[in-house]
Ligand binder design. Sequence first.
Ligand code: NAD
Length: 499
Amino acid sequence: MAKIGHYIDGSLVAADTESTQRFGAVYNPATGEQQHELAFASSAQVSLAIEAAARAFPGWRATSLTKRADVFFKLRHLVAQHQQELAALVTSEHGKVLSDAGGEISRGLENIEFAAGLIQHLKGDYSEQVATGVDVHSVKQPVGVVGCITPFNFPVMVPLWMVCNAIACGNTVVLKPSEKDPSAALLIAELFSQAGLPAGVLNVVNGDKEAVDTILESPTVRAVSFVGSTPIARSIYQRASAAGKRVQALGGAKNHMVVLPDADLDAAADAAVSAAYGSAGERCMAVSVLVAVGGVADALSEAIQSRIAKLSIGDGTDASSEMGPLITAEHRDKVASYVHNAPAEGATVVVDGSQDAVAAQPGFFLGVSLLDHVNTEMKAYQDEIFGPVLSIVRVDSFEEAVALVNRNQYGNGVAIFTRDGGAARQFEFEIEAGMVGVNVPIPVPIGSFSFGGWKDSLFGDSHIYGPESIHFYTRSKVVTTRWPDPASSSVDLGFPSNH
Ligand code: NAD
C-alpha cells in the first residue's frame, strides 16, 4: 500500500523511519477500501517544515512583485492543465463526483487569478505635503511564516483560498491538509514548484492534532488560517490568538433557504435539491434548512420529492452519478442517526435515505433524506449534520423567518427565494449572516470578494481570500518623510503638528 508523506523544502519527504511513526488510513469512499497509508508528521517533522519556511522567507519577501506574479500566471496554466488529474485525486479520496471536483478546481483557479494581480493588491498610499515639506506613505509587508489548516470537504479549493494570497503577499507557508484526503495538496505543492516557486516557500505536512499543535505552538509562525468545524475553529482561534498570532478561523454552518409565497416554486425546488444534496451535503455552504413561509411547504415538499426520485447516486467516477458517497463510514452513520431520531423528536421523515438501495452498497453511501415539520428545538435543526439531509421548517411570515435565521448560532450563508425586490432588500438589510443569496442558493463570493460567515461560523475579524486576505496576510507600515534644509533646522521640543 502506497505511503503518503509530506512536501518540505521543495521535495517530497517520505514517512519517518522512526519506530514511533504514526500512520492514518486514506479510504476510497466509493468502495470503502483503504487505498493509502498516510504518515502523520511528528512534531519534529513539522518543525523542519516551519524552519524551511522561515529560511525561505527573507528571499521570497525580497523577490520582485513581477517575479512573484509570474509564478501565479504559470500556476494558473499548470492547474488548468492538471484539472482532470486533480479532480480524479479528489474523487478517489473524498468521493464527490468528478464534475463537482472539477467545479471546486475552477473556483480555486479564481484565487490563483486574484493572486496574480498582486502588484495592484499590494499598492500602498501616498500623501504629499501633509505638513510643510513632509510626505507620508504606507506599505504592506508580509507577516512571515503562515500556518494553513484545511478541512476534508474541499481538498483543492480551500488550500488555494489560503496559500495563494499568503504567498502573493510575500509570506511563506506550512499547509496541514485534512488527513482524510491529503493527496491533492501534495500535487498543488509540486505544481507551485514547477511554476517557479522557490523551495521552502510552500511546505505541506500531513497529520493530525500533533501537527496542528506544533504549528500553533511555534513562535516562528506569525499567522494562522483555519477552516473546519466550529469546535476546532473556536479552539484554534483561542490558542493562536493567546500565543500572539493573527488568526482567522472559519467554522461550521447551518444554512437556511427562505422561500416566500411569491417565489417560483419550481426554481426554488431545483435550487433546494441542488444545494442540499450536491457533494452529499458536505459543503459548508450547503442548504440544510428550508424555511417555507406562508403555506408554500406542501407544494415545495412535493416538488422536492419528485426531484429526489430522479437523483442518481453512485461512484463519483461514473459520469451518470450526481452524488457520491460520504467521507467515512462513521460520518455516514452519524448523518443517518439524525434521520432515525427525527420521528422521536416530532419531525416527519418524508424521504429516508438510509432505506435507499444505494445505502446497502459497499462504500460509504447514503441516500438523500427529507424531513418536514422540523422545529428549532430538535437536534436535526440545531446540529450541523453535514450530510444529504434537508429539513423543512414551516413559518407564517417573513418576520418570523428572519427572526428564526437570526436566532441560529451559525451565520455562514443564507438565501431568499422571492420575486419581491423590496422583501429581498429588507432581508439583506436584516439578516445576520456573512453571505446572502437572492435567488442564489449557495452564494460563495467570487475570488475578488472575500468569503466568511458571522457568529459561530467565523472566529477572528478577517474573512478569507479576496481583499480581506491581503489585509490579513500583510502588516502595514507608515513612513513619514522630510528632507530638511539644514539651514532652517532647529530644536523644537513641542509635539509635532501638521503645519
Ligand atoms: P475538522 O474541524 O474535523 O478538521 C479541520 C482540520 O482541523 C483538519 O485539518 C484536521 O486534521 C484538523 N483537526 C481536527 N481535529 C483537530 C484537533 N482536535 N486539534 C487540532 N486540529 C484538528 O473539519 P472537517 O470534518 O475536516 O471539515 C468539515 C467542517 O468544516 C464542517 O464543519 C464544515 O462546515 C467546515 N467548513 C467550513 C468552511 C467555511 O468556510 N466556513 C468551509 C469548509 C468546511
